[in-house]
Design a protein around this ligand. Structure first.
Ligand SMILES: C[S@@+](CC[C@H](N)C(=O)[O-])C[C@H]1O[C@@H](n2cnc3c(N)ncnc32)[C@H](O)[C@@H]1O
Length: 412
């Protein structure tokens, strides 16, 4: 049977690879059947809660099982509890798939799943249960976010991370196909929420007639100060270059990224602009420009992405707190270079879609430069937390991804 003809088997195979080899789910799902995609993303979102229920009924520690068996258990339970499949069908399918990979474990899968499927699903409202069980996030991340976010924003962030993200289109550059229904985003002007016809909208994006972009990312890109010469470092795949191109049409703009495959995406994206920026493949730590060339530099730094769990649910399981330092050296080097490229009196907008201090205020703080508050320039309805560093944290939520921004300058 081909993988598309057996979407559950394919889901188990992909999940075992993500689990055992830290593979990126999004890459493995590129050509996946809709059911495979839904199963994989549902399991990755709810993995902690699924394992919690499974562990109550399995004699063997779930963490010690063969990754394929663990994946079959998670898929069966997710399907029985969170999807439209009748539980007996979900259990029978998981047993069948397990038999095809690890025949000797099919009895265990059958016995555990029948009992787990009959147990009640932990309610997110049940305050007697730990947050990790209610919202399926790792404890280390919850401990950090509990210190960083007020309670209401924390639970909104956790709940939003458990839902599939809607599709959003950037209005100024998107031609909306007639079968696609949209409405303006409630907090961020210029962003359209797709309510109907997402496949047609996705096709319009693939053909280069529209651009899908997270609303918070749009709001962040608009914080770049005005200038005659602007540089965007780490610009691929190009969403923020489009926003800058719409906001600052007359400026001379340059957008660079170090990864050639991604520069191709950037070059394609900016074709949507009447006046695209100059695009180049270059390392942002060694860019081919003289010092003090630009009035403002936008550095949307590579990061762990903990503000994007709604769209990349497995990041929470792949990442450990120790890895947060790994990118910090590169982030600091990119920021120092960006500051050197900025003319006296100019600014660097440093942003990441990570909520973690190691990748944000600790990077900015290491330079000892002033930080200008930008909170007032964000759309009024967009929630935000002021950081002691002068930066702004926009938490993830039903409005969009999470970001942290620091406007560094004026450069001396
Ligand atoms: C968060 S993404 C940028 C998203 C982009 N600004 C947008 O709005 O579409 C980070 C980017 O940093 C790039 N990157 C990583 N290391 C880099 C370096 N040394 N120089 C330039 N770009 C780099 C990655 O290739 C990736 O495209």
């Amino acid at each position: 049977m081909s993988s598309s003809a057996d979407p559950r088997r394919e889901a188990v195979r992909i999940l075992a690879r993500v689990d055992a080899h830290q593979a990126h789910a999004a890459r493995l799902l590129t050509n996946a059947a809709p059911l495979t995609r839904e199963l994989v993303l549902t399991v990755l979102r709810w993995q902690y809660t699924l394992d919690h229920l499974l562990q109550q009924v399995c004699k063997a520690p779930v963490a010690h099982l063969d990754p394929l068996v663990r994946a079959a258990l998670r898929v069966g339970l997710a399907e029985a509890k969170l999807m439209r499949t009748p539980p007996p069908v979900a259990v029978a399918e998981a047993v069948r798939v397990c038999k095809s990979f690890v025949p000797k474990a099919s009895g265990l899968v059958n016995a555990c799943l029948r009992r787990a499927a009959a147990a009640p699903w932990p309610s997110p409202e049940d305050a007697s249960l730990p947050l990790a069980v209610r919202y399926s996030h790792p404890n280390w991340l919850l401990e950090r976010w509990s210190k960083r976010l007020p309670r209401e924003l924390l639970t909104q962030a956790l709940a939003a991370n458990q839902e599939p993200a809607p599709m959003y289109l950037l209005a100024g550059v998107s031609q909306i196909p007639p079968e696609v229904e949209t409405s303006p985003h409630p907090q961020v002007p210029g962003v359209l929420v797709v309510h109907k016809g997402a496949p047609a909208a996705a096709q319009a994006c693939a053909r280069g007639h529209a651009y899908a972009m997270d609303p918070t990312a749009v709001a962040v890109a608009r914080l770049l100060p005005r200038g005659r010469r602007l540089l965007e470092v780490a610009a691929a795949p190009g969403g923020k270059s489009l926003v800058t191109g719409l906001e600052q049409r007359e400026a001379l703009r340059v957008a660079l990224d170090s990864r050639v495959s991604r520069v191709r995406l950037l070059a394609n994206a900016v074709r949507l602009l009447a006046r695209p920026p100059y695009v180049l493949a270059a390392d942002g730590t060694q860019p081919p420009f003289r010092k003090q060339t630009f009035d403002a530099v936008f550095l949307d730094a590579p990061c762990s992405g903990t503000g994007t769990l709604r769209r990349h649910p497995e990041i929470r399981w792949r990442l450990s707190p120790y890895q947060l330092f790994e990118l910090a050296a590169l982030q600091k080097k990119l920021l120092v270079t960006a500051v050197n490229l900025t003319a006296p009196g100019g600014f660097v907008l440093y942003a990441t879609c990570s909520l973690e201090p190691e990748e944000n205020e600790e990077v900015v703080g290491s330079l000892g430069l002033p930080v200008v508050p930008v909170g007032d320039q964000l759309p009024a309805g967009l929630p935000r937390v002021k950081l002691p560093s002068g930066g702004i944290l926009i938490p993830p939520g039903p409005w969009g991804d999470g970001f942290v921004v620091h406007l560094v300058g004026p450069v001396a």
